[in-house]
Structures are given as C-alpha cells and as structure tokens.
Ligand binder design. Structure first.
Ligand code: COA
Length: 579
C-alpha cells in the first residue's frame, strides 16, 4: 500500500521498516549519489527522477508510489499537488530558519564560524516548511564545492537518517515536524556582491569571495580586458601594485592584492567559452606575461618511516595529458627512493576523475587529445602495475570516477575514506569502453561475473558495498584529516610488518604468472583498440556525451538505470535486508 492508500500506519507497516524513497533532484550530483548509496545500504527502496518538468515529477510519483520524496538538490519548487499528498523533504544547505538558494555562498561570504543542513518539508512558501531534522558543522576555510562535498554531505546524511528514524512516528501520528522561526528569504548572490575590488581587497577577502563562488558560478571579473569568471584561487607568495597581473605560474595567472597575491588556476572567458579551463589556456594572450615559479604544487611528495606519500591534487580530479605525464615522472622519481611502500593519495576532494574532459573539449581535435590523454593515463597505470620491488596503496580521501577509479585499481591495496563515492564504470560517458588496464585489474579483484555486473551497473558505489565486493580493501575515517592520519599509520605498519617480505614475494610471483599468461601490453592494446573506436569510429556517442557533460547541457530525461520506476520489472519482491 502506498501514498494515498489506507492509513499512514498501515503504510509504514507495509514497508516493513524500509521506506520507498523517490530522489527528486536537479542532477545526480555528489550529494545525491552519497545519499543514494547510504540509503540503499540501509535497505531502503530507491528510484531517481530528475526535476525536468512538473508533469514528469507527477508521473514519477504516480508510477513509483513512494512513501516520501527526498530532494537533495533542487533548483525550484516541487509541484503543490505532489507535496500536499506525501511528505517531500528538502535538503537545505543551511541551519534551521535559513532560507534561500545561495545558503552556502552567503555563509562563506559572511565568514560564518559554523553552518548546517536542514531537512525541511516542502510547502507553498520556499524553505518555510517544518523541520524534520538538522545537523551542524564547523566551517572550514575552503571553497563552496569542497564544503559541499565534505561537511554538507556528511551533515545531510546525518539529517536524512535522523528524519527517517522519525518516519514511523510520523506515520503513526505520534510526531510532527517542528516549525522554527524563519529568517527573511535571502536571494541568489548578485555578481556585484562578491566582485573583487582589486584596489582595496586583501588576499583573505579575495579568497573568501572566490571560495563562495567555486566551482560554480565563479567570481565575475575581467582579465587582460576580457570579461571572465575566476575559479581555483590560492594565495601566492608575491606582491605588486594592487590588481596588477604579475605573471603566469605554470598554467595559472598571478595577480596582486593589496597585501600579497593570488594564483588564479582556472578561468572561463565569457565570450570565448562556456566552460572553465586552466587560466593560460582560457586566455592565450597571457603567454606574454613573465613566467613565475609555480609555488603551489599540484604534485607533492613526503617520506616517512620507509613510506613514500605521493599527493596529487588536480582541479576537479581531471587528469589531462600533461598532468598524467608529470605524475608518471614524479612516480618514477619516487621509485628511486629507498621506500618499502608507496601511497598514492590523490587530493582531498577527488582522488581522480580520469581524463580531463574540459581540455579535450577545448582541443583542436578532441579525438586526438582523448587519445593522447588515455595513452598518458595508461603510462601512469602501467608504471604502478609494473612496480614489483615494493607495495603500493591507493588511499582515496576523495571520490573517484571512471578512469580515476581504475587508476586506484593499479595499486596493490585500496583504502578509502568512509563515505567516499566511487563510480567505477565508463558507460555513462557515451558508452566509453575504458582503459587503465581495467580488463586486467577488475576481474582479478572481483572475478569475471562481478566485474561485468559492476561495469554495466552505471551506479555509484559506496565504501561499504565496495568493501563487500572486494573493490577496496578497507575504509576508515570520516573526514580527510582522520583518514590521512590513519592511512599514514597503516602504511607504516604495512612497511614494517613481519609478513612484508612474503607479501612482496607473493605480489612478484603473481605479477610474473599473470604476465606469462597474458602480458600487460596485450591488455592495453586490447582496451585501446576499443577506445580508438570510441574516439574515431562511426559511433559518436562519446563525443556527444562529453560535450553535454562539459557544457552542462540540462537533462531532458532521467537515465533508465536511475529511474527504476520507469522499468517495467521494478516491482520485484522486496529483499529482507536483515537476512
Ligand atoms: N574532466 C573535467 N572535468 C570534470 C571531470 C573530468 N573527467 N570529472 C568531473 N569534472 C568536473 C565537473 O564538470 C564539475 O565541474 P564544476 O566545478 O564546473 O561543477 C566538477 O568536476 C565536479 O563534478 P561533478 O560531476 O559535479 O561531481 P560529482 O561528484 O557530482 O560526479 C562523477 C562525479 C565522476 C560521476 C562525474 O564527475 C563524472 O561522470 N565525471 C566524468 C568522468 C569521466 O567520464 N571521465 C572520462 C573517462 S576516464
């Protein structure tokens, strides 16, 4: 029995403790994916519908008959005839009473010391419904997108589960969500509210303004006389006349503030591009500027107690041809060090998202650049796979998708922060076949059947499920700091464990046997034959999917692997999660 049928209590009994939830969302973004994997793990029934049109939402509700609608990421109101017939819970990235579409932007601009997430019930007035649950967190000096991927996401998970714990009492009429005093509704941030005043703003102010708009929509500014949006700003140790462009550092531009300078990593030139690119690529005329040392390294190495720690932090986890080549060179240098274990850390927000699709899109020949990029990525994976004189660990503090997830599989062990979301498949990018030696590493870890099922699933994988499946070896730590501290401890332990020589010998023997059975070169060649077809063949699905992804083309429908209610066979008997 579902929404609109029978008493509320019978509805609850009917779902045997599990709730049928329709995730109504603007897109299947990181927060939505995290909630999806956590709710699935807890045994709830899930389907997803993109917020495309009120009629589509109504249809989804009619088909799926959910107990409740959960809206993790919406850009407009839910139709009244939907929220008036069943509870629709909105994830609002602000504390109770806060209202408006730019909650997190405004919290960063105001320098709030703490912030929160509220789960409120949709009503006619925007963000004014009663509160089902809320969670708070201390603010961190970070970009909006980083706060969203970490603190907001963790708080949202806590709030959603707190709300679900109240659902039985709500059904039984024993509990009702609470109305809280409301703040005035705060509108979206106007560009001029966070425009940088280069003649007056100090570095901290510039960084705060930029952080409030990163990764979207970016701070509106102008560089070398061209209107653009700025992303990926960091402090830079230099100084000059306030506002002056001091030079270029790597692919970034350096601009003076009143008390120092900032490094501007990425730009979108308004009249030239609809997507962001590394600054000097977006603004080719910047090549005339003097070259400065690149003081903010995206690749960093540390060594302690026989363990080499290689950190690589590429914007949005995108690894272009040059980034892959630099990382491979760094890895080879690290191999020259007398260590017993190498830990590949990635960055705090992303481990890796594979090929840099924005650069590929901007290239004169996207097919050629895709090819160069995958070759460079494969070189990196191969260097890791061929390391037979020490153990390697991929330590995922942040999410990993597509080729980035398979890069991790090149290591001997994979550890992940609890809560990381993996997307270990390629099909969502226009049926890309994929490379990174996945045809070798994935069946080796999971077995043929599970490997095939995972590649076809197209769904995100949470750390609990990834561990069960054998995709990862451990998950721990709820935040980047505790994950990295524990990673250091475990890596040191691994390097000095009594069974280290035996493990290394076993690894070497297995690799040699595998090589004899089928050389790595054959796996690579086989995958690249398929990739060549993806890049240069008659079927242009990859190019179309990449364009849509990079240009952020709005969705016209929800993919079938998410919209289970649109499958004819979705009404399968429910599995009792306790058995
Ligand atoms: N190249 C360039 N940019 C990428 C990227 C890539 N491979 N992967 C992600 N990004 C960018 C997104 O465009 C977005 O940009 P924004 O800062 O302008 O918003 C940002 O990184 C965050 O990505 P988003 O999709 O919002 O993150 P998510 O956590 O919601 O989703 C993925 C994660 C991995 C599912 C999704 O980013 C994805 O499908 N990426 C493409 C992976 C891929 O196909 N790589 C090529 C094949 S190896």
């Amino acid at each position: 029995m579902r929404a609109g049928e029978g008493s509320l209590e019978s509805r609850w009994r009917d779902v045997h403790g599990n709730v049928r939830i329709l995730l109504l969302t603007h897109g299947f973004n990181s927060l939505t994916q995290r909630l999806y994997v956590e709710l699935a793990e807890a045994g709830h029934e899930l389907s997803v519908e993109y917020d495309i049109d009120a009629a589509v939402t109504r249809e989804a509700v009619a088909l799926y008959r959910p107990d409740l609608v959960l809206a993790p990421y919406l850009r407009r109101a839910i139709p009244a005839d939907v929220w008036s017939t069943l509870p629709c819970l909105i994830v609002h990235p602000g504390p109770p009473g806060d209202r408006g579409p730019a909650a997190l932007d405004r919290a960063i601009l105001a320098g709030e010391p703490a912030w929160g997430v509220t789960l409120l019930q949709a009503e006619a007035e925007l963000d004014a419904g009663p509160v089902w649950a809320a969670a708070t967190f201390p603010m961190r000096a970070a970009t909006k997108s980083s706060l969203y991927r970490h603190e907001v996401t963790e708080a949202a998970v806590r709030a959603v589960f707190a709300a679900l714990a109240r659902y039985p009492d709500w059904c039984a009429g024993r509990w009702r969500p609470e109305r809280v005093p409301l703040q005035p509704l705060r509108p979206a941030v106007r560009p001029e509210e966070r425009a940088i005043d280069w003649a007056r703003d100090d570095t901290a102010t510039v960084l705060r303004k930029a952080a409030s708009a990163d990764g979207s929509p970016g701070v509106v500014d102008s560089m070398l006389g061209r209107a653009c949006r700025l992303f990926d700003l960091r402090p830079y140790p230099a100084g000059g006349p306030p506002g002056a462009l001091l030079g270029r550092a790597g692919e970034a531009l350096v601009r003076a503030t009143v008390d120092g300078a900032v490094r501007i990593g990425h730009l979108r030139v308004e009249e030239a591009q609809s997507f962001k690119l590394p600054a000097t690529l977006a603004l080719p005329e910047a090549i005339e500027l003097p070259e400065l040392p690149d003081a903010v390294a995206d690749i960093r190495y540390e060594e302690a107690a026989g363990v080499g720690h290689l950190y690589f932090e590429f914007y949005n986890g995108a690894m272009g041809t040059a980034a892959c080549a630099r990382l491979t060179a760094a890895y080879r240098q690290v191999l020259a060090r007398p260590t017993r274990v190498i830990v590949l850390h990635g960055g705090p927000d992303f481990f890796s998202n594979g090929l840099d699709l924005n650069r590929i899109e901007a290239a004169a020949s996207p097919a050629d650049e895709s090819w160069r990029n995958i070759e460079a990525m494969d070189d990196l994976c191969e260097a890791i796979l061929r390391t037979d004189d020490r153990l390697t660990v991929a330590a995922l503090a942040g999410n990993a998708g597509a080729g980035g997830a398979f890069l991790a599989l090149a290591a001997d062990l994979i550890w992940a922060r609890s809560g990381v979301v993996l997307n270990p498949h390629y099909l969502n990018m226009g049926n890309l076949y994929g490379s990174e030696f996945w045809t070798y590493t994935l069946p080796r870890r999971l077995g043929e059947t599970a490997a095939r099922a995972l590649m076809r699933s197209r769904l995100p994988l949470g750390t609990a499920a990834a561990l069960r499946l054998g995709f990862i070896d451990a998950h721990f730590g709820n935040d980047v700091g505790s994950f990295r501290a524990e990673t250091h401890r475990r890596a040191t332990e691994l390097a000095h464990a009594a069974d280290y020589p035996a493990r290394l010998a076993e690894k070497r023997a297995r690799r040699a046997a595998d090589e004899a059975a089928k050389p790595l070169a054959a796996y690579r060649a086989g995958e690249l034959t398929e990739m060549r077809r993806n890049f240069y063949g008659f079927d242009v699905s990859y190019h179309v999917a990449r364009q849509r992804f990079v240009h952020k083309t709005p969705h016209a429908w929800t993919p079938r692997h998410l919209a289970r209610h649109r499958e004819t066979d979705w009404l399968v008997p429910k599995v009792d999660s306790s058995s």
